[in-house]
Design a protein around this ligand. Structure first.
Ligand SMILES: NC(=O)c1ccc[n+]([C@@H]2O[C@H](COP(=O)([O-])OP(=O)(O)OC[C@H]3O[C@@H](n4cnc5c(N)ncnc54)[C@H](OP(=O)(O)O)[C@@H]3O)[C@@H](O)[C@H]2O)c1
Length: 232
């Protein structure tokens, strides 16, 4: 069996494009998505281009869904080479740090930060069976310490925290030779990024595809944009 990759939230946007590009490189791709119909639609589109791809129902904000997905994947493959924590939400329109609600903070962290931690825990047995496993966490320039402002509070804090998760996982998994990195795709034209973003989905997926396939295995515990290390 060739290299395997699971991408969360891969039914649309940058996750879909990352799935498409890795399938074109010969990966066996598992399209993680919380809505089975949306996953199957994405799978059908990538298969049309000749890729080896399957859907996997996975809601990163729901621990039982994550555990069920891990059990299901273990029936379909004996190892996982690459896990891409791409799923994310951006719900902060019109709120700032002075009025964001506790509920909003919790909801955003459940998907953007706690989700990836629980997903890594659940899929670790399969990742440990790979010779060169890699975990890629989608962060954002809005989570960079230098980029913090009073706006977009729950999203920015959730991405600041995912960078902490990356540092912690990289250390915890160094002994297993599992590389763990954060990346920012830049501002990308997706449902989240909007139509005026300067970058295409192809450009947005590039660093994730590179980290998942070509980057040196020794690169771990870092934050990337445009294939270059950037400050936390
Ligand atoms: N676009 C940008 O400019 C930009 C900039 C910096 C960082 N990022 C990051 O890049 C990643 C992808 O962004 P995007 O622009 O492609 O966003 P998008 O177009 O809004 O797509 C988000 C994806 O995440 C999925 N998702 C949301 N909650 C989920 C959950 N609980 N479980 C599973 N999947 C879930 C969505 O699934 P549904 O279809 O079911 O909603 C969708 O597939 C995100 O982590 C984002 O924060 C994006």
């Amino acid at each position: 069996m060739g290299k395997t990759v699971l991408i969360t939230g891969a039914n649309r946007g940058i996750g879909y494009e990352t799935a498409r590009q890795l399938a074109a490189k010969g990966f066996q791709v598992f399209v993680g998505a919380r809505k089975p119909d949306a996953a199957e639609k994405a799978v059908a589109a990538i298969r049309k281009e000749g890729g080896t791809v399957e859907a996997l129902t996975l809601d990163v904000a729901d621990t039982s869904s994550v555990n069920a997905a891990a059990a299901e994947l273990a029936k379909r493959t004996d190892h996982l080479d690459v896990l891409i924590n791409n799923a994310g939400i951006y719900p902060d329109e019109g709120v700032n740090i002075l009025n964001v609600s506790r509920e909003q903070l919790v909801t955003t962290f459940q998907t953007n930060t706690f989700g990836p931690i629980i997903v890594v825990q659940a899929f670790l047995p399969l990742l440990r069976k790979s010779k060169e496993a890699r975990i890629i966490n989608f962060s954002s320039g809005l989570g960079q310490l230098d980029g913090m402002s009073s706006g977009i509070p729950s999203y920015s804090l959730s991405k600041l925290a995912i960078n902490g998760v990356t540092i912690m996982l990289a250390e915890a998994l160094r002994g297993d030779a599992i590389a763990v990195n954060s990346m920012c795709p830049g501002w990308v034209r997706t449902d989240m990024g909007g139509a005026s973003a300067p970058r295409s989905v192809e450009q947005g997926a590039d660093t994730a595809v590179w980290l998942g396939s070509e980057a040196h295995q020794e690169l771990t515990g870092k934050f990337f944009r445009g294939r270059k290390v950037i400050p936390w």
